[in-house]
Design a protein around this ligand. Structure first.
Ligand code: GRF
Length: 202
């Protein structure tokens, strides 16, 4: 596709979603290209995966920028430098500054490994989510892709996928099964969202 939108991925961990998004972006028909991968964790695998594909990376954190307003100012500057038009949070463990959220209205997305609004909010990340789902005796979990607003896990839902909780599931087995769907659905959802932006619908 000509005129692909510039997408920035924000990630702090393993980066399986980041890599799936990067792979998808190489498709001819993809509506976005990955212009930047941002991380607050200089040691994370997500950064290394981006480097492997020669994607520009940025390490920025409260260590590099202890002052909160300097942090958000520097981050916004970098996003502008790379002409970023859409943002995908993929296991990003730092809260987005309000300034950035306001600069990208309806253009920042996050993926959460459960069916929001259930099992979301403060402290609900990683194995905590899957443990809570299993302890609650849920028969279904899944994933949610949603817009990012000023609170945790509360923005408008863009896409959801239900995944069955099986008897004997551990937080690890459930996480693994959901992650496989994440890597399939998140890149495709971002493609749809970028198309909406291109059509002026977002
Ligand atoms: C995913 O499970 C995602 O739902 C959550 O963080 C995890 C990131 O995994 N927000 P990875 O770093 O993409 O492998």
């Amino acid at each position: 596709m000509t005129n692909k939108l510039n997408l920035a991925i924000f990630a702090s961990g393993t980066g399986s979603n980041a890599e799936a998004i990067i792979h998808y972006s190489f498709r001819e028909a993809a509506s976005y290209r990955v212009a930047l991968l941002v991380s607050n964790n200089s040691q994370c695998l997500a950064l290394q995966r981006a480097m492997m594909f020669a994607i520009p990376t940025l390490h920025i954190s409260s260590t590099t920028h202890p002052n909160e307003s300097e942090y958000s100012h520097a981050l916004l500057n970098e996003l502008r430098t790379h002409s970023v038009e859409i943002i995908a949070l993929a296991g990003f463990m730092k809260k987005m500054p309000t300034d950035v959220i306001q600069a990208f209205p309806h253009r920042i997305f996050n993926i959460h490994p459960a069916l929001l609004p259930k099992f979301g909010g403060h402290g609900m990340y990683g194995a905590n989510v899957h443990r809570a789902v299993i302890e609650a005796g849920e028969h279904e979990s899944g994933l949610t892709i949603h817009e990012v607003d000023a609170d945790y896990d509360s923005g408008k839902v863009f896409a959801q996928k239900t995944v069955e909780v099986l008897a004997g599931d551990t937080p690890e087995t459930l996480a693994h099964r959901i992650n496989e769907w994440e890597c399939e659905i998140y890149p495709e959802s971002l493609h749809q969202a970028a198309l909406e932006i291109k059509r002026g619908e977002r």
